[in-house]
Design a protein around this ligand. Structure first.
Ligand code: PGA
Length: 283
């Protein structure tokens, strides 16, 4: 891709009302099949009665203030089939946590899009910072994985975010620009809005150190503006999530930010009750 000489310009005033909120739970390395089945049973009960979860976003008259969020679970490969059959017909999205870009080949230990589709998987997390930092995931590979997922019919959830050192050195925008541009480079303009982008500052993941609503809004609006450098229409429609220590008691103030369309939740998604409360905060 040619270097964009101009930094992303500020996004248009956000129209989050026209974008359906999306709350995804990322189990990471948690969830045997037995745990997964038990979890799904409990979650479906909670989602069927949102008031039981204490809906923070509901107006007093019982009319929801925003539209019902889409809900997704990102689970280990071995739990995918259990989760997709437990959630069949519920509308809850089932996501894998990684995928190889090739359909098949000499890539021992890898899993491809057709293998995921066969298990009833709808979406796939790509480029989570733990995969980037601990397992050598590269922007170059992600540039192939994102379009491969889209072409196969899986919704990619592309994760981006800066380290604490990068933020302190004033390098956040440079890092995000690089990750977003490379990840989306081979995606056609008319498919850009089919990618979910999760802004997850690495310093806020699993640390309990949540970004302030202003910090999260500033970065997600920058990510949206980067998409806008490719297509104004896609920038209006693409959903940008925030991730990093989202909990039931901080979800509301984060989710009400104009450019934040949802959350990718790690630790707090392992308990179906707290996950359902975060879903309720997005309503
Ligand atoms: P956390 O994880 O909510 O435990 O910080 C978020 C993530 O890694 O997606």
């Amino acid at each position: 891709m040619s270097e964009n000489p101009n930094p992303a310009h500020p996004a248009e005033p956000a129209a989050s009302g026209s974008r359906t909120p999306y709350i995804a739970g990322n189990w990471k390395l948690w969830g045997t099949r037995a745990q997964a089945a038990e979890y799904c049973e409990r979650l479906l009960k909670l989602l069927a009665q949102p008031e039981a979860a204490g809906s923070a976003g509901r107006a007093g008259n019982g009319i929801t203030s925003r539209r019902r969020p889409e809900v997704g679970l990102c689970v280990p490969y071995t739990a995918l089939e259990t989760v997709s059959s437990a959630l069949a017909g519920s509308g809850v999205i089932v996501a894998a946590q990684n995928m190889h870009q090739a359909e098949s080949g000499a890539y021992t230990g890898e899993i491809s899009a057709p293998m995921l589709l066969e298990l009833g998987v709808d979406a796939v997390v790509l480029g989570h910072s733990e995969r980037r930092q601990l397992f050598g995931e590269t922007d170059r590979a992600l540039g192939e994985k994102v379009p491969a997922a889209l072409e196969a019919g899986l919704q990619p959830i592309l994760c981006v975010g800066e380290t604490e050192e990068e933020r302190e050195a004033g390098d956040m925008e440079r890092k995000l620009r690089h990750q977003v541009q490379e990840g989306l480079e081979q995606v056609a303009d008319d498919r850009l809005a089919d990618v979910l982008i999760a802004y997850e500052p690495i310093w806020a993941i699993g640390t309990g150190k949540v970004a302030t609503p202003d910090q999260a809004q500033e970065a997600t609006s920058f990510v949206r503006a980067l998409v806008g450098d490719r297509s104004k229409d896609a920038a209006e429609r693409v959903r940008v999530l925030y991730g990093g220590s989202v909990k039931p008691d901080n979800a509301g103030e984060i989710l009400e930010q104009a450019d934040i369309d949802g959350a990718l939740v790690g630790g707090a998604s392992l308990d179906p009750d707290s996950f359902a409360r975060i879903v309720a905060a997005a309503e």
